[in-house]
Write a protein that binds this ligand. Structure first.
Ligand SMILES: [Mg+2]
Length: 256
């Protein structure tokens, strides 16, 4: 990015950049998933015979972990509707109940308890919105954005991203694949050098944004140093490192 290039858009990662998952332990997250699966199971049971829930539960988690393992190899995004459908096929349900939209609706969209926005997020977004900027969000999620929007709404974030919110599940590719960044830029109507991207993951966010030609800001926590997060074989150097979103405001004020 040349110093003369004005920033016209800011893109954010969602999880652990805007929304803090540190208070959701893995077992709480699994229990939350399980409550979503039980809703799906009740919906199915109202419309036909079902085997034991445990079989579906096991098939779902197996499918989910498999699809993420594959996705991390080829950056093809897992999709919750595929995971649910494959899990149902695995337990012998192959009838008209395997309807993607109906399954997603039954699964629901409430975020797990314990999530919160980082305290600096909303005040900083309010200040950023006073600048002449467009805003976008890219999340590496298997849920379509229609489901992830409920998390944004619950946490008071939806209003800050009125136009461009992309879930990998909808686009088909996970960050760091270039396609998802290109899609966001196109929807924002800006060139790569006119955008700034903020994320917490060095590979998905920082490497991905830089490969797409976007100025990449690493949002990390105090005490987490770059050397411990990268290897000499695959060095990643963020264009800027911040511990709080407020640290972006001077850069944006200078560059808009
Ligand atoms: Mg993240």
């Amino acid at each position: 990015m040349s110093p003369a290039t004005a920033i016209r858009a800011v893109l954010f990662d969602m999880d652990d950049t805007l929304i803090d998952w540190s208070r959701v332990p893995i077992d709480a997250w699994q229990n939350h998933e399980r409550s979503c699966l039980r809703r799906v199971w009740r919906w199915l049971a109202q419309r036909g015979p079902v085997p034991a829930f445990q079989l579906f539960d096991e098939a779902y988690f197996r499918e989910m972990y498999d699809s993420w393992r594959k996705g991390k190899r080829n950056w093809v995004a897992p999709h919750l509707a595929d995971i649910l459908t494959h899990a149902l096929h695995a337990v012998g349900i192959r009838d008209e109940r395997c309807d993607r939209e109906a399954l997603l609706a039954a699964y629901g969209d409430q975020p797990p308890p314990g999530l919160r926005t980082f305290p600096d997020v909303i005040p900083t977004l309010q200040q950023m919105h006073r600048l002449d900027l467009r805003f976008g969000l890219i999340t590496n999620a298997s849920q379509p954005m229609s489901l992830r929007d409920e998390t944004l709404r619950t946490h008071g974030l939806l209003e800050f991203f009125p136009d461009v919110r992309l879930s990998a599940a909808d686009v088909g590719y996970l960050k760091p694949h270039r396609a998802i960044f290109a899609e966001a830029l196109e929807r924002l109507g800006v060139r790569a050098e006119q955008a700034l991207y903020v994320g917490d993951n060095l590979i998905a966010d920082i490497h991905g944004a830089q490969e797409a030609g976007i100025f990449a800001v690493w949002r990390t926590r105090p005490g987490v140093d770059l050397a411990s997060q990268t290897t000499p074989m695959f060095p990643i150097t963020p264009d800027l490192t911040i511990h709080s979103l407020t640290e972006l405001l001077p850069t944006l004020a200078e560059r808009t």
